[in-house]
Every structure is written in structure tokens, then in C-alpha cells.
Design a protein around this ligand. Structure first.
Ligand SMILES: Nc1ncnc2c1ncn2[C@@H]1O[C@H](COP(=O)(O)OP(=O)(O)O)[C@@H](O)[C@H]1O
Ligand SMILES: [Mg+2]
Length: 277
């Protein structure tokens, strides 16, 4: 056989990869993506805390699809761990409550190493994460996305047409509201149900006087929810302990179950469970 005949037709290869993704993803019952208009609004924080709560309802996996700024391993105390190749594919890292995590961070040599990739490479990595990871049987897959409507978000929504829904994270400021509408329109254009909005950093209770300080103004989530006809799933207050816990790699909802933020998380989780059942 000549060499030319041994080279696989790229279309055939892509079909095989799509088949592989389908087979792997068939094992997961519910898939939910966490998106936002802007960065730093708390997507990763929401993802890890929802995962911890959802783990009471069944097995949960997280795909950290923020390839250039992966944060999930740090927030779950999994820094320094590596994913290894197993007999049936790349093995996810197992975190608190048995949650299985896949992240670019587990593949990078150190914290200073950046990922400098153009779109096609990012899409390739997402395809590999979906198709070549040995995902076990799971009730939920949460996909933590980078901000906005770029390559990673587009790839995920294209490759997972069976996505149950997206959760949109925003903060109450008007600047954030202006871009969050783009994220909602994006999900609708991709024909993915929008489960609703989570308003994060929604006021902060002063530890000294007990009064609420609206750091990023007030009522932004409710306003977008009304204007875009999307449910407001809940509002999570700002709490300095949230930041301390995520820096320490301890899931807040497990470490501070009685705080108002954890209560808000639990209400959101209940709504999500109802939506998928
Ligand atoms: N409600 C909150 N109270 C205090 N700190 C928060 C809160 N939500 C998020 N943070 C902190 O803000 C930072 C950004 O959150 P992150 O989840 O990484 O945002 P994103 O994934 O949207 O970029 C993190 O350090 C996180 O711990
Ligand atoms: Mg993030």
C-alpha cells in the first residue's frame, strides 16, 4: 500500500471523533454549562459549589473548559495533581465528594506556563476532553466556561447538542448586565435552554454593623431577568470567607454550610434538580 493510502481521510477521522464523543457523553445523564458575559463574576466559584451540592443527588463531574485560565483545581484543593492515561482513556482527577475533574491545569507543567492557542487548537482540546477522557457513569456534568462567547463556549455548545441548559452568572452592576444579555442571546441562538441567572456578589453584609452594602449596585440580576425573560435562580451575597475558602481550595458550601451564601447555593441547586428531573 502506498503511503498516501495509509493517511486517514480527515473527515473520516472527525466522524470517528464525533462518534467517540457521543459514546462517552451517553454515559452522562445531565449536562449543564456555566457561562457569563464578563470574567471574574464567579463562574468557577458557582460551578464548584453547585457540584458539591449536586453530589448529594448523584455522581458529578466537572469539565473546566477555561483553557487559558483554569481555576477549578485550585478551588477544589487539587493543585499539583496530574491527569494520567488509563486503560480506557485519560483518567479524571477525583476531588471532594468524589467529584471527577478534568482541567487544562492538570496538564500544565507549572503555574507560570500559559496556554497560547488560536481557535482551532482550543476546539481540538475541547474535543479531546469530551471524547478521550474516561468519563464514568455520571448524573451531572458541569462545564465551567471562560467569559464570553468565544471558541471554548462555541465548541462546547456545538459538540454537546443534548446540553440540558446553561446557567448564566452575573454581578449586579450595569456594566455586567450589558454583556450578560449577549451570553443569553448566544445560548438561545445555539438552541440551548437557559436555566436562568445567578446573581453573584449581590450585596455584602457588614461584619460590624450587620447592614447590607451594595458593592456593585442593586437589582441588576432581577432587571436582566425581566428584560430578557429569564428566571432569576438566586442571588449570592459577597462574603470575604468565600474568597478565603476558594484560595484555600475548600468548597465554601461544605466549609460554611450555615452562611447566607451557602443557603442561596442550596436553593439554586434545588431549582436545577427540579429542572432536569
Ligand atoms: N460571593 C463572593 N464573595 C466573595 N468572593 C467571591 C464571591 N464570588 C466570587 N468570589 C471570588 O472572586 C474571584 C473570581 O471568581 P471566579 O469564580 O474565579 O470568577 P470567574 O470564573 O467568573 O472568572 C475568586 O477569587 C472568587 O473566590
Ligand atoms: Mg473561571
Amino acid at each position: 500500500m502506498s503511503e498516501a493510502h495509509e493517511v486517514k481521510n480527515p473527515w473520516e477521522q472527525k466522524d470517528q471523533q464525533m462518534e467517540q464523543i457521543k459514546n462517552r457523553m451517553n454515559k452522562i445523564q445531565h449536562k449543564i454549562a456555566i457561562i457569563s458575559g464578563k470574567g471574574g463574576v464567579g463562574k468557577s466559584l458557582v460551578t464548584v459549589n453547585l457540584a458539591m451540592g449536586l453530589a448529594d443527588n448523584g455522581r458529578v463531574a466537572i469539565l473546566d473548559a477555561d483553557l487559558t485560565g483554569p481555576c477549578v483545581p485550585k478551588m477544589l484543593g487539587l493543585k499539583g495533581t496530574k491527569m494520567r492515561a488509563g486503560p480506557t482513556g485519560i483518567a479524571p482527577v477525583v476531588g471532594p465528594k468524589g467529584v471527577e475533574v478534568v482541567s487544562m491545569d492538570f496538564l500544565l507543567p507549572n503555574d507560570e506556563a500559559p496556554v497560547i492557542w488560536r481557535g482551532p487548537l482550543k476546539m481540538g482540546a475541547i474535543r479531546q476532553f469530551l471524547g478521550e477522557v474516561a468519563w464514568g457513569e455520571q448524573e451531572f456534568l458541569l462545564v465551567d466556561l471562560p467569559p464570553g462567547t468565544g471558541d471554548e463556549s462555541l465548541s462546547i455548545l456545538q459538540l454537546l447538542p443534548e446540553m440540558d441548559g446553561v446557567i448564566i452568572v452575573t454581578i449586579p452592576s450595569e456594566v455586567s448586565q450589558a454583556v450578560v444579555k449577549k451570553a443569553i442571546t448566544f445560548a438561545r441562538k445555539m438552541n440551548v435552554p437557559v436555566f436562568g441567572i445567578v446573581e453573584n456578589m449581590s450585596g455584602m453584609i457588614c461584619p460590624h454593623c450587620g447592614e447590607t452594602i451594595n458593592v456593585f449596585s442593586e437589582g441588576g440580576g432581577a432587571k436582566v431577568s425581566e428584560e430578557m425573560n429569564v428566571e432569576l435562580l438566586g442571588s449570592i451575597p459577597m462574603d470575604p470567607k468565600v474568597s478565603v475558602d476558594s484560595d484555600a481550595g475548600v468548597p465554601f458550601i461544605l466549609n460554611n454550610p450555615d452562611s447566607p451564601a451557602s443557603k442561596a447555593f442550596r436553593e439554586i441547586i434545588e431549582k436545577i434538580v427540579k429542572k432536569v428531573k
